[in-house]
Design a protein around this ligand. Structure first.
Ligand code: MG
Length: 493
């Protein structure tokens, strides 16, 4: 009898303790739940192709509102001015040269992102996130390399660029039918591209709705505005900037729908959204390419027009509204920033080039760029280095359009040379006035930063191999004949 009474008393104490624990957990739950993260990544969108970045003839009310409610970055860089390299950097927080993904991978690529690399979704899976990607992958199209093998629970999209299809204007390429992939299966080929932006958006919204009660990471990587351009019927003919403007206005509508879903579901205060692009405008396509505005050149070059991107970060209540950040930052910083705000440790067994941007994002007084130097590579060649407002170009060649294309056909570019040349980007964002002769000490300082980088990441111009570079993933047993893969894309087919 006495034993039973003690037992019952113990049970009631346990029940009370359990109830108290539950109450504590419930009260703490909103604090403990890490924020959702949405990254919206466009393809070949120019620095000036957003209203709040000075677009002409293109209306982007949703992106403008996003900036008014968040932070606009004026000096935000992609890691290289070409698709695969840029995407590899975004997802791993590393310069593309660090992890061996360069250029634009072609269909049936024998390489892809290495399974040992830590991607953003892999990092967040360790924190219990649901993860999804809708759109362009371009980090290897074999099943081994697809998004579902690199941390994404769900994937739907094109495995590479939308021009890698049988109708490519350069008939030498002879591309196979363009696949649409769901998870790791081809479910269709040669899709109606006018529906891509809308379909990715619909899927993104469905994913948010389905996962609104648990933390999620969503990566929307639009194929647009990479050529060939397609807008859905509702957007065709709407802008004053032709089909290119229509495409951007549809992307803007997509951003608006995603942000509105977050607001309606009460997730706006618990979701970081980042909008940016993989590289600058493809200028040789003329009216079907974007505009870098005041910046020099475009895609395929290491000038700022090729690598500086429009970037907006949004997290109401956390990121101060209507702010502008003029510090140097870039896509390599997205992974370390997400790690910090979600309380997820970064892997300690490897170099991660990016840095945490949260002091900048949260408007911490006196916050500065975490980068003493930012490096500009094209493929394996170190072409430039930026430190503060100074940018030093080393001698290199670059494509310069001399005939601009029309209506989806490319024009013609010539090869030009530059460097060494020093520019002061604050007073000369167009990289037009070489002031190296007036600032020999600055040139020496930037040259020393570059020399350390060559030792670390390599440089084909000076014949240097990087000491701390890693291998990409490779297909061990490729089956059947595979087409040649270009590490450097042909920019002027
Ligand atoms: Mg691109």
């Amino acid at each position: 009898m006495r034993v039973s009474a003690v037992f019952l008393r113990c049970l009631s104490v346990l029940a009370l303790s359990f109830a108290a624990l539950q109450a504590t957990a419930a009260a703490a739950a909103p604090e403990k739940r890490p924020p959702n993260v949405v990254v919206i990544f466009t393809d070949d969108q120019g620095y000036q192709d957003v209203g709040c970045f000075g677009a002409k003839g293109i209306r982007t009310p949703n992106l403008d509102r996003m900036a008014a409610e968040g932070m606009r970055f004026t000096d935000f860089y992609a890691a290289q001015a070409v698709c695969s390299a840029s995407r590899a950097a975004l997802l791993t927080g590393c310069y593309p040269n660090r992890i061996g993904i360069l250029g634009a991978l072609f269909p049936k690529s024998k390489i892809g992102i290495h399974s040992n690399e830590m991607t953003i979704p892999m990092l967040l899976k360790s924190r219990g996130y649901s993860t999804a990607m809708f759109g362009k992958w371009h980090l290897g199209d074999s099943p081994e390399f697809l998004p579902t093998r690199h941390g994404f629970d769900e994937y739907y999209g094109l495995p590479y660029s939308n021009d890698m299809r049988p109708k490519h204007p350069n008939t030498n390429f002879n591309f196979p039918p363009l696949p649409v992939i769901e998870a790791d299966r081809v479910i269709a080929t040669n899709p109606d591209q006018s529906r891509l932006t809308g379909t990715y958006t619909d899927r993104a919204i469905r994913f948010i709705e389905a996962h609104r009660d648990t933390p999620f990471f969503l990566y929307v990587a639009h194929n647009m505005p990479h050529v060939p351009l397609y807008a859905s019927e509702r957007f065709r003919g709407r802008s004053q900037r032709g089909l290119y403007g229509d495409v951007i206005e549809e992307i803007d509508d997509s951003v608006g729908r995603i942000l509105q879903t977050l607001r309606q579901r009460g997730l706006d205060q618990s979701t970081l959204v980042i909008f940016t692009s993989d590289n600058g405008p493809w200028l040789v396509y003329g009216d079907h390419g974007g505009s870098a505005g005041p910046l020099r050149e475009g895609k395929g070059t290491s000038f700022d027009g090729g690598m500086r991107e429009p970037c907006i970060a949004w997290w109401p209540g956390k990121i101060p509204a209507g702010t502008v950040c003029r510090e140097v930052a870039g896509t390599i910083d997205v992974l370390p920033t997400i790690a910090r705000i979600t309380g997820t440790p970064l892997p300690a067994d490897r170099v991660i080039d990016g840095r945490d941007l949260s002091p900048l994002l949260f408007g911490t007084r006196g916050a500065r760029s975490p980068h003493d130097a930012f490096f500009f590579y094209w493929d394996r060649e170190l072409q430039g280095v930026r430190s503060g407002p100074w940018k030093l170009h080393f001698p290199h060649s670059y494509p310069k359009p001399v005939v601009f294309g029309k209506e989806g056909l490319p024009g013609r570019a010539t090869t030009q040379k530059i460097g060494p040349a020093l520019y002061h980007l604050d007073s000369d964002p167009g990289e037009t006035r070489d002031v190296a002769a007036n600032h020999p000490a600055v040139v020496r300082r930037l040259e020393a930063l570059a020399e350390a980088c060559r030792d670390d990441l390599g440089d084909s111009r000076t014949g240097r191999a990087g000491r701390r570079v890693r291998e990409p993933g490779r297909l061990e047993n490729p089956t059947g004949p595979l087409p040649a893969q270009a590490s450097t894309p042909t920019l002027t087919p």
